[in-house]
Design a protein around this ligand. Structure first.
Ligand code: BTN
Length: 259
């Protein structure tokens, strides 16, 4: 990958991150945290050609061979803690736009942050909040997208649930321009809607979780119900089998069959 090419293709008005490109690191999210601990004061993007300890949500491993896109955006933006997840929706919408345009794929989103093609996962976002007493919280958005990797080369347990741009289209895609266009698209969303008030209305039609019969694992409970809607601050509204409606602000959902 070529850092100068990424910088050349980035065309933003408001978002001017420092770009770090590494060939092989543990995890771009972990690297971002180390940069913050060592005094990073700007916004930044950390990109890796591969990761040897890629992290998924819920302590899962993120398989990260050469050919995929692995990056972490370090954002310093005003945000009430309960609305920070809207930034990961902005990123998911940007990724959807870019993959649809560049690879002619139809992208669906699964709450909160799975990026799907034909029901299979092509990418995901791991968002973390770095809180330090002396400054405003920093938002870390780690994104992994299976681009120029064949699903047949993935660990066998992922064969059924994962896909990639190469496996879907038969073609490789230019990683530098995918990265730059995602950054450019994020910039446009953030300029057009600094308060993020229009993000959920744009996320909702792409979110295939709504209407599904789901199994929910939140921090405090596990239950089965029907996903009804996404609230204006990005939580999932689920009707429990007892009829009670619950607002899930963080957690994992499984789409159950027949739902
Ligand atoms: C998920 O479980 O769906 C989230 C996957 C996030 C993976 C990305 S790859 C770049 C960044 N660094 C990591 O270690 N994880 C995220």
């Amino acid at each position: 990958m070529n850092r100068d090419e990424i910088i050349r293709l980035i065309d933003t008005s408001d978002f001017h991150p420092t770009i770090y490109l590494e060939s092989d690191i543990d995890s771009t999210n972990s690297y971002a945290k180390r940069l913050l601990r060592n005094g990073l004061t700007s916004e930044a993007i950390i990109i890796a050609e591969r990761q040897n300890q890629g992290k998924g949500r819920a302590n899962r491993i993120w398989y990260s061979p050469l050919g995929g896109l692995y990056m972490t955006l370090v954002l310093r933006r005003e945000c009430q803690p309960h609305r920070c997840s809207l930034f990961s929706f902005v990123l998911a919408l940007s990724i959807s736009q870019v993959l649809e345009k560049q690879a002619s794929l139809q992208i669906d989103l699964k709450w909160p942050n799975d990026i799907l093609v034909s029901g299979k996962k092509i990418g995901g976002i791991l968002s973390e909040l770095e809180v330090n007493e002396s400054e405003a919280p920093v938002i870390l958005l780690g994104v992994g997208i299976n681009l120029n990797v064949k699903v047949s080369d993935f660990p066998s347990e992922l064969f059924k649930s994962a896909t990639s741009v190469l496996s879907e289209t038969g073609n490789s895609i230019h990683i530098e321009s995918v990265i730059a266009q995602i950054v450019n698209s994020m910039d446009s969303y953030l300029i057009q809607d600094p308060t993020l008030s229009s993000i959920v209305p744009q996320y909702r039609p792409r979110c295939i979780t709504i209407g599904k019969h789901v199994s929910v694992q939140s921090i405090s409970e596990s239950f089965v119900g029907q996903a009804m809607d996404i609230t204006i601050d990005g939580s999932l509204l689920v009707r429990h089998e007892s009829g009670m409606e619950k607002v899930i602000s963080a957690g994992e959902v499984i789409h159950l069959e027949g739902g």
